[in-house]
Design a protein around this ligand. Structure first.
Ligand SMILES: [Zn+2]
Length: 197
């Protein structure tokens, strides 16, 4: 029952993260047998997204236009700039609803071992932006990994002459986390970053 066109579809579906041969086959069969119109909509949505979604020229997050909705929103604060590694991080912070400033997406983190240096990220552009605008606080929201920390330290050194306040996201116990299951490095950070209640 496997035709060349079916096999091609199964192969293409495997480009998605976490989708192997079996899941791809299940998806293809599901679309073909029960959801053909939706499958056509899916194909059209994929084509539109792949062709039309680009990088925001101001923050490097994803955008349908030259400037993304967050950069274009006049109700957001220009005085706080949150630096993240990827557009996925922007989405995560936006979903928290805790931040109303602007973002800047680096496009990754420093990782000399993988050949990713400052020139490969948008760090020069970030520093130029800090020089030319009145930003009160730079929030470094890179990952809590060795590379994320290294990237944050590198940027804080370069940014210090141009911005008064540079902060880093707090690290510690996750919500709902029991202390006995938290690793000692996280617990160490949580104790160092403890706050008044
Ligand atoms: Zn933007």
């Amino acid at each position: 029952m496997l035709t060349p066109k079916f096999e091609h579809l199964v192969k293409q579906l495997q480009v998605l993260p976490g989708v192997g041969q079996k899941s791809a086959q299940r998806m293809a069969l599901h679309l073909l047998s029960k959801k053909r119109p939706q499958g056509v909509s899916l194909a059209q949505a994929l084509e539109t997204a792949m062709c039309d979604i680009k990088e925001c020229s101001r923050c490097h997050s994803f955008s349908d236009d030259d400037i993304c909705p967050i950069c274009a929103d006049v109700r957001r604060s220009d005085s706080e700039l949150c630096v993240v590694e990827s557009a996925a991080d922007v989405m995560a912070i936006e979903q928290s609803g805790a931040f109303r400033g602007r973002y800047f997406v680096l496009g990754g983190h420093l990782s000399p071992i993988d050949g990713i240096n400052a020139d490969d990220l948008h760090i020069d552009e970030l520093i130029i932006r800090l020089k030319n605008s009145a930003i009160d606080e730079l929030i470094l929201a890179t990952g809590a990994t060795v590379e994320g920390q290294t990237t944050a330290f590198f940027i804080s050194d370069a940014a210090r002459p141009f911005v008064g306040k540079i902060t880093r996201l707090a690290q510690g116990i996750p919500m709902g986390g029991e202390l006995e299951f938290v690793d000692s490095l996280t617990l160490h950070q949580a104790l160092q970053n403890r706050a008044f209640i």
